[in-house]
Write a protein of this length. Structure first.
Ligand code: HEM
Ligand code: FES
Lengths: 389, 102
């Protein structure tokens, strides 16, 4: 047995961040300059005029999705001023997770999932507990019947990517076809769900088109799936290896908010996101040509030693934590309120119900980004949860 | 006890009293519109941005380097900007007036 803990996510970008500030990788012959320092990442995220999101659909995603989709994701692949208008349409809806009724329902879902896991004893937590939690929670965000989660759970954890690097157009189509069908249903029979609300939204003096509504829905499914799953799984592995932290949350419940921010910083479930450069420019004393791509490496910025003390350690109640795990500026995560609530309730419930967690087996999920390898979570994590009652 | 006045973007005046915690927490607990406090006060979201009415800046003091870096990239920031989660409530803040940022 090695001493290295499985919940440790070492940062592969440290050397580059300190020495140079930027790295380079190829992606399907459309290379990417990767920005590694917090200040550069923030400044660049803020400057949408030079670093645009409204490029060809799929191009700001790495690996690029230009060959597998034409639907523009909204508001993600739009820039101001249009971006501001789209955000205004959905902002209030995505704040619903703060409402008492929403929180109560989410708490019930998570308590039930943990009770079931405790009863099972040993289980593979991603497929048997965490994917179900993520999927059921999403029914609250979309305001659809909880039974819809069954379909999403049946897709497995790899709806958009097959094992390994390759993008899988066929798998992506499962999602697109599903959303098409749901939008048609909502158009015919409007209800109180997000599909119906979007189709009934006014935009620039007209209703939102089906294609636009689809762009929002695809993003809501895709953006909130792997990220939430990795955040929950990594947190669980951390508590398995740090029972003292679980006890601390139980005794000091008021620090849970800070713990959530620290997990988002440390685990950075979304490693990076691209932008397309609109004019020749310079970043980090490095010339960048128009129509090439840069990426904002949130995961590296979140370990910037010039900003964070002990950046490679989890400090559960870190008081000053200016992380960019949810992005920065105009495009900062729209699902953050929902994601924070899931994590908060999950951790609180875990601390209340579970005394210790045994690690049985695991298989790492490692991203290959050019010369960099970054662990983002697990493909498989087998645990045994022990009840404290 | 410190009395703190908020002026919202719709020019409403909200007067609150507090004796501990941060100004952001006081505002969120009392539902002051425009102060969301998404990150819970760790200086990561800037949804707690306020402008200190100039005559009270001696009471609120100066922002830290990290806070300044956050505000620098906020389009609505000016020299009186603060992140209210970084303002600890003490007697010293008694009487201050803050304008909630857009
Ligand atoms: C822990 C979980 C999550 C993390 C770490 C995360 C991270 C991020 C990041 C870094 C961005 C910025 C992308 C950019 O600047 O290009 C972003 C944007 C976005 N996220 Fe999340 N996300 C999470 C969960 C969610 C969830 C649950 C949803 C919805 C169900 C969601 C929906 C979105 C949307 C719609 C955007 C685009 C916002 C815009 O362009 O204005 N995310 N997310
Ligand atoms: S509450 Fe997030 S920065 Fe102040």
């Amino acid at each position: 047995m090695s001493d290295k803990k499985i919940s440790e996510l070492s940062c592969p970008f440290g050397y580059t961040r300190k020495e140079k500030g930027y790295g380079e990788m190829d992606d399907q012959n459309d290379p990417v300059t990767m920005l590694m320092r917090l200040k550069d990442v923030r400044k660049t995220a803020h400057n949408w005029q030079t670093f645009q999101s409204a490029a060809e659909p799929g191009r700001i995603v790495i690996p690029s999705e230009v060959n597998i989709r034409d639907t523009r994701q909204i508001p993600f692949e739009v820039d101001p001023p249009k971006h501001t208008e789209y955000r205004a349409l959905v902002e209030a809806w995505f704040k619903r997770p703060l409402e008492a009724e929403y929180t109560a329902k989410l708490t019930r879902q998570i308590e039930k999932a943990l009770d079931e896991a405790l009863q099972k004893g040993e289980l593979e937590v991603i497929s048997e507990m965490i994917l179900p939690i993520q999927s059921k929670a999403l029914t609250l965000l979309l305001n659809t019947p909880e039974s819809e989660a069954e379909t999403w759970i049946s897709w497995g954890t790899h709806v958009f990517r097959s094992e390994g690097e390759a993008l899988d157009a066929k798998k992506a189509n499962v999602l697109y076809d599903y959303i098409d069908k749901e939008l048609d249903k909502a158009a015919e029979n409007p209800g109180e769900d997000l599909y119906s609300v979007l189709l009934d939204s006014d935009f620039e003096g007209r209703k939102l088109t089906k294609e636009e509504a689809k762009g929002v829905m695809v993003l809501t499914f895709a953006g909130g799936r792997d990220t939430v799953i990795n955040a929950l799984t990594n947190s669980l592995a951390y508590f398995a290896e740090h029972p003292e932290s679980l006890l601390r949350i139980k005794n000091e419940p008021e620090i849970v908010g800070k713990a959530v921010e620290e997990f988002i910083r440390y685990f950075s479930p979304l490693t990076h996101m691209g932008r397309v450069v609109t004019e020749d420019t310079v970043v980090c004393e490095h010339a960048i040509k128009a129509n090439t791509r840069i990426s904002l490496v949130w995961a590296s910025a979140n370990r910037d030693e010039t900003v964070f003390e002990n950046p490679d350690e989890i400090v559960l109640d870190r008081k000053i934590n200016p992380h960019v795990g949810f992005g920065f500026s105009h495009h900062k995560c729209l699902g953050a309120t929902h994601a924070r609530q899931i994590l908060k309730i999950f951790i609180q419930t875990l601390a209340a119900k579970v005394s210790s967690i045994e690690i049985i087996d695991h298989k790492d999920n490692i991203e290959q980004l050019g010369e960099y390898q970054r662990k983002v979570g697990f493909h498989m994590l087998k645990l045994k949860l022990n009840s404290n009652s | 006890m410190a009395k703190i006045t908020f002026i919202t973007s719709s020019e409403e005046e909200i007067v609150l009293e507090g004796d501990s915690g941060s100004v952001m927490e006081l505002a969120v607990q009392n539902g002051v519109p425009g102060i969301d406090g998404d990150c819970g006060g760790v200086c990561s979201c800037a949804t707690c941005h306020v402008h200190v009415i100039p005559e009270y800046t001696t009471k609120t003091g100066e922002a830290s380097e990290i806070e300044k870096d956050m505000l620098e990239l906020d389009d609505n920031a000016d020299e009186y900007s603060r992140l209210s989660c970084q303002l600890e409530i003490t007697e010293d803040l008694d009487g201050i007036i803050l304008r909630v940022a857009k």
